[in-house]
Design a protein around this ligand. Structure first.
Ligand SMILES: *Cc1c(COP(=O)(O)O)cnc(C)c1O
Length: 219
């Protein structure tokens, strides 16, 4: 019932919020059903999976990379994706910039924030983010357009809210810095069990997997 579920989502979600379908583990056929129901953004975590789905679904949607990008996958990633949401170090940014230079592309990116400062998690620490963004902004073949966060692994709504609010504050702060060539236009946060809170805290991209496709087989 992907089609019905997506139609109902569009009734529920404010029009300024974009729904990204987090498609890890889903077939191209299921992704197409979501696209036919009105989904315009597809999120993929793995390059090989993304490539297979992209071959079939292609330009009917825009493709966002939402996984952790490894250096040896950057070349493929910049060919497939319209945005990389998970840039969290200058090293990976430099690699993306170089590969985009090779193919004459300017890649829109979001900076991933480790908002709960969890040591085992990816993402830039909030207090390091402004300097990182300043450094990345100087790269020619990428354009910073906002922030992304996963939020803490928590079922506690109050805890989620606190960290989404913190990410929003950082977003506003960076906007206020007025760094040249940096836009704060997208705030990507909230998943199937937290998107309502995330929207209240200012998210304008929400990333939904289970809510659209049902429970993943692997879980
Ligand atoms: C899988 C995934 C999601 C969606 O998770 P659900 O809980 O199934 O909605 C969102 N963001 C990222 C980065 C993901 O990997």
């Amino acid at each position: 019932m992907i089609y019905e579920d997506v139609k109902n989502l569009f009734k529920e979600i404010p029009p300024n919020v974009e729904i990204l379908a987090a498609a890890k583990g889903q077939s191209a056929e299921k992704i197409l059903q979501a696209v036919e129901a009105g989904i315009k953004l597809i999120g993929e975590n793995y390059i090989q999976e993304a490539q297979q789905a992209h071959n079939i679904v292609g330009g009917r949607a825009r493709w966002h990379f939402i996984g952790h990008l490894q250096k040896n996958k950057v070349k493929k990633a910049v060919q497939i994706f319209d945005m990389i949401e998970t840039v969290d170090s200058l090293e990976i940014a430099v690699d993306i910039d170089k590969e985009c230079g090779e193919i004459g592309k300017i890649m829109p990116v979001l900076i991933e924030i480790n908002c709960a400062q969890e040591p085992q998690k990816y993402g830039a620490m909030p207090d390091k983010a402004p300097a990182l963004i300043e450094a990345i902004s100087k790269l020619e073949h990428m354009k910073i357009q906002g922030l992304m966060t996963m939020g803490p692994a928590s079922k506690d709504a109050q805890r989620m809210q606190q960290y989404f609010a913190k990410t929003r504050q950082l977003y506003d702060k960076i906007k206020g810095l007025g760094i040249k060539d940096v836009e704060m236009r997208y705030l990507s946060m909230g998943m199937s069990d937290s998107y309502k809170i995330a929207i209240k805290e200012g998210a304008n991209i929400i990333r939904l997997g289970t809510k659209i496709f049902g429970k993943r087989d692997s879980e």
